[in-house]
Design a binder for this molecule. Structure first.
Ligand SMILES: [Zn+2]
Length: 224
């Protein structure tokens, strides 16, 4: 449990932080709850979720990356866009997961227990326009390909907000969009600053973010 941080954002919404500095969101309605993403799969996220709610749980994966989907093995009712099965399988390799964990440089004396990966063929297909009624709280799902082929966003209808909006409400404006770029993982695994991999793609996006933090007006990159 100490591998996770817990922050309540509203009566219905809890943000759970993991060892890779990733975030999961638990949304609770009157009848059931939804977990959005499952993180890197180090330590038991299920225990954390069950300490917060005893309601029936549906799990929605926004995409299949190593820091979002690897905890899914602990849960039964999991949904993901099938277009992300190839990227899920690529990221689910044990060596890849361990390198990704070490790349995130968590402060640990020893590696926490790794949750075995789920078989993504058992996931229910998450499609554009899907809806989940949690009892007084509704989630609407929309496809948002780009970061991965099957990336999805989840809208909390009653809050009239997306997760990004919730971050805005917390006082964290959008300062940039980082495109999918394999150099991010390569640089992280080698412990090298991304910018040394060339001023392209994600490196350029991060440089632009640094400039915005310093007060320069830099337009958001167009990502195809
Ligand atoms: Zn990702």
């Amino acid at each position: 449990m100490e591998q996770f941080s817990i922050q309540r954002l509203s009566p219905q919404l809890v943000r759970i932080g993991g060892l890779m500095h990733e975030f999961m969101y638990l949304v609770e309605g009157g009848e059931r709850a939804a977990l959005i993403d499952t993180g890197g799969g180090f330590g038991s996220l299920r225990q954390v979720v069950r300490s917060l709610t005893g309601k029936p749980l549906v799990v929605l994966l926004t995409h299949g990356h190593v820091d979002h989907a690897m905890g899914a093995g602990e849960f039964e009712d999991v949904w993901m866009d099938p277009r992300d099965i190839p990227v899920f399988c690529q990221h689910a390799r044990q060596a890849f997961r361990i390198e990704a964990l070490h790349g995130a440089r968590p402060r640990l004396e020893q590696d926490p227990p790794m949750i075995p990966c789920a078989d993504p063929r058992r996931f229910h297909p998450l499609r554009d326009g899907a809806g989940f009624d949690l009892g007084g709280v509704h989630l609407d799902v929309f496809e948002c390909p780009g970061h991965t082929p099957g990336s999805m966003v989840v809208l909390l209808r009653e809050l009239r907000t997306t997760i990004d909006d919730a971050m805005d409400a917390a006082g964290l404006p959008l300062i940039g969009v980082i495109p999918e770029d394999r150099r991010v993982i390569l640089a992280a695994n080698m412990g090298r600053p991304l910018i040394l991999e060339g001023r392209r793609g994600a490196a350029n996006a991060c440089l632009n973010i640094a400039k915005r933090i310093e007060g320069y007006r830099v337009p958001i990159m167009r990502i195809r």
